[in-house]
Design a protein around this ligand. Structure first.
Ligand code: ATP
Ligand code: LTN
Length: 336
């Protein structure tokens, strides 16, 4: 029996690039929220390998990181019995829809994207994929008619662009796409680098003290946090704290869930060495269940592959329906 539209749950979709070690920014900005909201939606969580290759990836490392990322999603609390956990390149509809959306997207919109400008500035020769990156992201989202896209703050501009592309398509070809809302977390939407708190913590930064990886052993977590950049004051003064101290307090708050008042009462006047010890403890303790679950998942032969295969089937079923509708709307040949 066909389920009436009003009985269907709205969809959520989000993604992470398998471009390095997932870090606490990815967890607090994205994964933790996904796990929290997944049951309120029909949920799709994607390992966006096609996005990762917009900058060169060693093929062997990429292959390993795709599996590792899938394992971390599940270890972070994504329930694969309920939510689809799949690899972008195993659903051809992402690339198909991406091309169709490219054809309604002005180049000027893409050249204005700050992530493009930042990444392009670091390359000698800029691949076209880097410019097209947000169109592929729009396709990821619109393919599933997602109502909500939970991401960190750095992706808010890409979400605005997604809505612009959807609106433009809808006005040219008739109402087709659901407008996706941006879901930012209340705390942890922008975790900064431990070595340089003026820059966002990022997977592709290779400095040893930059990020706490989700699979870092507790001793490494402690060492990285104890070395984090603070400022020239000796102790916490919440009203006048520099970006390094604010970042540490933010990380603590996101892991513990303490309110603003409790944070201030506890940390005001505390020496930086003690603050760092407490933050390190909160992070190491907070990640312990994730790390344990990751070890369990990866020691079960065939478990991850089974999930990726089944989830790709579910994702393909939804994706094919959208691609077919879009083809019809645009007048492309859709085989009867
Ligand atoms: P890369 O350096 O390869 O671009 P990244 O670390 O920025 O990677 P992404 O794969 O681009 O990570 O992002 C995955 C999710 O994590 C997105 O929702 C993004 O907004 C979120 N995210 C990434 N970095 C942070 C951060 N420092 N703080 C909060 N959220 C973040
Ligand atoms: N561009 C995103 C990753 C991403 C994504 C998506 C996020 C690709 N497709 C769809 C949400 C929805 C990033 O975090 N850099």
């Amino acid at each position: 029996m066909k389920v009436p539209f009003y009985c269907m749950r709205p969809r959520v979709l989000s993604g992470v690039q398998p471009s390095g070690n997932l870090h606490i920014g990815n967890y607090l900005g994205a994964l933790k929220n996904w796990a929290r909201i997944q049951y309120d939606y029909e949920s799709f969580f994607c390992i966006v390998d096609l996005h990762a290759i917009t900058v060169y990836q060693d093929p062997g490392e990429l292959r390993a990181k795709i599996r590792e990322t899938a394992g971390v999603f599940i270890a972070a609390g994504i329930d694969p019995k309920h939510s689809a956990v799949f690899v972008q390149s195993s659903v051809p509809g992402h690339v198909e829809l991406s091309w169709m959306l490219t054809c309604v997207t002005p180049v000027g919109w893409l050249e204005r994207m700050t992530q493009y400008k930042d990444k392009a500035a670091k390359q000698e020769s800029v691949g076209d994929g880097l410019l097209q990156y947000p169109v592929l992201m729009a396709a990821d989202i619109l393919l599933y008619q997602a109502a909500l896209v939970p991401v960190g703050e750095d992706q808010a501009q890409h979400l605005e662009l997604t809505r612009d592309i959807a609106q433009r398509f809808n006005s040219l070809y008739g109402e087709t796409f659901v407008m996706p809302a941006t879901g930012l977390p209340a705390v942890g939407a922008r975790v900064m680098g431990l070595d340089d708190p003026t820059r966002k913590m990022s997977k592709s930064e290779t400095g040893a003290g930059h990020a706490v990886a989700l699979l870092d052993p507790p001793a490494v977590i402690r060492k990285k946090i104890m070395r984090a950049t603070t400022d020239s004051n000796p102790a916490v003064n919440v009203a006048n704290a520099g970006p390094g101290v604010l970042n540490l307090l933010g990380i603590h708050q996101a892991f513990t869930g303490w309110g603003d008042e409790a944070m201030k009462a506890h940390f005001e006047g505390m020496r930086y060495g003690d603050l760092k010890k407490e933050v390190a403890e909160a992070v190491a303790t907070g990640l312990e269940p994730l790390q344990r679950r990751y070890r369990e998942i990866t020691s079960e032969p065939g478990y991850l592959d089974g999930i990726l295969r089944e989830s790709a089937e579910r994702a393909n079923a939804v994706a094919n329906t959208t691609v077919r509708t879009v083809k019809e709307r645009m007048g492309l040949y859709a085989a009867p």
